[in-house]
Design a protein around this ligand. Structure first.
Ligand code: FPP
Length: 264
């Protein structure tokens, strides 16, 4: 009885019962969770703070959710940190967003290393400021042998650009005889995408109540379960992550067929 009452402490020191964690972990955990982290600006506005305060708070949520996902046995966590469209924001906000990976990794890289997290990115990082790229590359290098959670930051990422780029590479391979056009299928095409070494997301979460994909992983999300939640990203907690996973566990995934495919 005492064991059942053991509690999973969260960063805000709210408590989640071990029973709930146990029940979740007894069922298939989505191996790849992708998140559109939305609502930082509204979170700040509600508090009469500048938008960047919302992004800063959002960074703390990244830390919290990474730890929780790792602990729950999620294998890949892909986070939409900066889209190819985000350059249209005011320069001061873009500059701040560009500094966040550096700040995050500056503060938490030792913790990520200790927790066996492997950092990687997708997106065109060549446009990022030199210091940001250095911080990210350092983290990738420092964690490359880790085999726990893969923390995949989408940085300067846009799905249409990714697909167009894949088509260009694929066409060049066909033209130069490295690829026979009859061999082009889903799997072949997937290998030209930035996610080539990663399985498709099992679960997509979007915070803030918006119901759209915003040019995020359009190919990869073909059979992903979607979970939209009306909570702003800085307020998203371990409890909400568990709500999303429980919702996923109640669904029957058929991948277009009639019989529920065994989740592996
Ligand atoms: C969308 O909210 C959020 C972003 C464009 C940035 C997301 C970035 C973070 C959560 C921090 C990233 C941290 C690391 C470690 C890279 P919004 O600004 O569009 O919010 P709004 O819709 O309420 O205005």
């Amino acid at each position: 009885m005492f064991n059942k009452m053991k509690l999973w402490k969260t960063s805000k020191d709210k408590e989640i019962s071990e029973d709930r964690v146990g029940q979740i972990m007894n069922q298939p955990i989505p191996q790849h969770i992708a998140i559109i982290m939305d609502g930082n600006g509204r979170w700040a506005k509600k508090r009469a703070l500048p938008r960047i305060a919302g992004h800063h708070e959002g960074m703390k949520t990244v830390r919290k959710i990474t730890k929780a996902a790792n602990r729950l046995g999620v294998k890949i966590l892909t986070l939409y940190a900066f889209s190819t469209e985000n350059w249209k924001r005011p320069k001061s906000e873009v500059d701040y967003l560009m500094k966040l990976p550096e700040e995050f990794l500056g503060n938490f890289l030792p913790e990520l290393v200790e927790e066996n997290v492997k950092v990687c990115t997708m997106g065109d990082t060549t446009r990022l400021p030199e210091t940001t790229r250095k911080a990210v590359n350092h983290a990738i290098n420092k964690t490359k042998h880790n085999n726990g959670l893969i923390l995949n930051f989408a940085l300067n990422y846009g799905s249409r650009a990714e697909i167009i780029d894949a088509i260009k590479q694929l066409s060049a391979d066909v033209k130069d005889g490295r690829l026979n056009e009859n061999d082009i299928d889903d799997e072949c095409f997937s290998n030209y995408l930035m996610t080539k070494s990663l399985r498709d997301p099992d679960l997509l979460i979007r915070t803030s109540g918006e119901l759209r994909l915003s040019n995020f992983m359009l190919w990869q999300l073909a059979y992903t379960e979607l979970f939209f939640i009306d909570v702003l990203w800085p307020d998203f907690s371990e409890k909400h992550l568990m709500d999303a996973i429980e919702s996923f566990q109640r669904r029957s995934r058929r991948f277009g067929g009639l019989i529920s495919e065994e989740f592996q």
